[in-house]
Design a protein around this ligand. Structure first.
Ligand SMILES: Cc1ncc(COP(=O)(O)O)c(C=O)c1O
Length: 387
């Protein structure tokens, strides 16, 4: 009997790994009355920085605002160019636009879906101020090669590691390999604080600057003002933002970061099973992980190859009818109207092909073996009905 003819399941694309401990975690912050940018945020910043092996963590309201803050701290602004892959969630490029700088899209490596260092180098001009590589879907980019390009041309690197907390490059944790790295704690990510983000860096001056800019560029922090034994009148010397994380979120994050390694172990185990079983189905290509990378599998990304006898969108529709949620792989940002208007036409054939042929299938820590079997067998029936 086929799985379709058997019991139909309902499988979401993801479920955040939140439990009793996370539900209880904000209690102390709420009772204390210090609910934003206080001791829990400071503790969470230290915990994330220690985990990734960086000197500083600067918590923000999201990865998007973290990317904006990282660029603003470098002084990126109008007249500057920042190079970013188009094959990414639109937030990466948007953060560049927020600074007034120009977005320059680069091409990806078709095997990893991450920025191609040689293509980045071709797009560097006198106006290039920074490169923003992305650890797409949780696979760390080739950061050594990108750092070398950046060094050769005297430009900065801000790594968009939204999906990659816990990932590693040549054994070094993501978050310790670029001048600044930015993570997301959105519920689609491996660990979550509801919304939230964090910059990690070894650069004391940049961390200070980011801390100041995230709180309206106020000359004194709330904590220092609170501790002072005399009234302090603060000053504002430049334009800042309100990108403060709450202590409610940080308390949840403190539980999540303690669980991170175990959550990653479960995800890798499930991804390995997908690799083994889906890799045998004609028409499907499973993710390619270079020897330098440790993947977080924030999502599991499949590609339909030329011999697949069904189009990606049709396959997604058929899986949905079976109760399986999927998402298109990753967007090609340069094709969206907002970037057609601002950047114009750019030829990025590898990106466009990857965006047309990839899709994400369910993967989350609480996914049962039966649920995973149902996804695998459904894909086998749709793509290889004779088997
Ligand atoms: C590569 C990438 N960058 C940035 C973001 C934005 O993250 P946030 O929702 O925390 O702003 C995402 C979110 O999905 C992402 O995947």
């Amino acid at each position: 009997m086929t799985v379709e003819a058997g019991k139909k399941m309902s499988i979401p694309i993801t479920k955040p790994a939140l439990g009793e401990e996370e539900a209880r975690a904000p209690f102390d912050s709420i009772k204390s009355g210090w609910v934003t940018q206080g001791p829990k945020v400071a503790e969470f910043e230290k915990a994330v920085a220690a985990y990734v092996g960086a000197r500083h963590g600067v918590a923000t309201t999201s990865c998007t605002t973290g990317l904006h803050l990282a660029l603003a701290s470098l002084g990126v602004g109008p007249g500057d160019e920042v190079i970013v892959p188009s094959f990414t969630f639109i937030a990466s490029a948007n953060a560049i636009l927020y600074t007034g700088a120009t977005v320059v899209f680069c091409e990806i490596d078709p095997r990893t879906y991450n920025a191609d260092p040689a293509d980045i180098e071709k797009r560097i001009t006198k106006r290039t101020k920074a490169i923003m590589p992305v650890d797409q879907i949780g696979l760390p980019c080739d950061i050594d090669a990108i750092n070398e390009v950046a060094k050769r041309h005297g430009v900065d690197v801000v790594e968009d590691a939204a999906p990659a907390i816990g990932g590693a490059y040549k054994g070094r944790k993501v978050g310790s390999n670029a001048h600044q790295t930015v993570f997301s704690f959105h519920p689609r990510k491996v660990i979550t604080t509801g919304e939230g983000g964090m910059i990690t860096t070894d650069d004391d001056a940049l961390a200070d600057k980011a801390r100041k800019l995230r709180a309206h560029a106020m000359s004194v922090s709330d904590l220092d003002r609170h501790k002072a034994d005399r009234p302090i009148i603060e000053e504002y010397h430049e334009l800042g933002f309100n990108y403060r994380m709450t202590d409610i979120q940080a308390s949840i994050g403190l539980v999540q970061i303690r669980r991170l390694d175990e959550l990653l172990r479960i995800r890798v185990e499930k991804a390995n099973r997908y690799d083994r079983e889906l890799g045998r189905i004609g028409g499907l290509a499973v993710p390619s992980v270079p020897p330098y990378a440790t993947h977080t599998y924030q999502s599991y990304c499949l590609r339909l190859t030329k011999d697949a006898h069904v189009e990606r969108d049709e396959l997604m529709a058929r899986l949905l009818r079976r109760g399986i949620a999927t998402r298109r792989g990753v967007m090609a940002s340069h094709l969206e109207q907002v970037y057609r208007d601002r950047v114009g036409r750019v030829a990025l054939p590898v990106t466009e092909d990857a965006s047309r042929t990839t899709m994400l299938i369910p993967l989350f820590a609480a996914m049962t073996d039966d649920e995973q079997t149902y996804v695998i067998e459904s894909l086998r029936e749709e793509l290889d009905p004779a088997s």
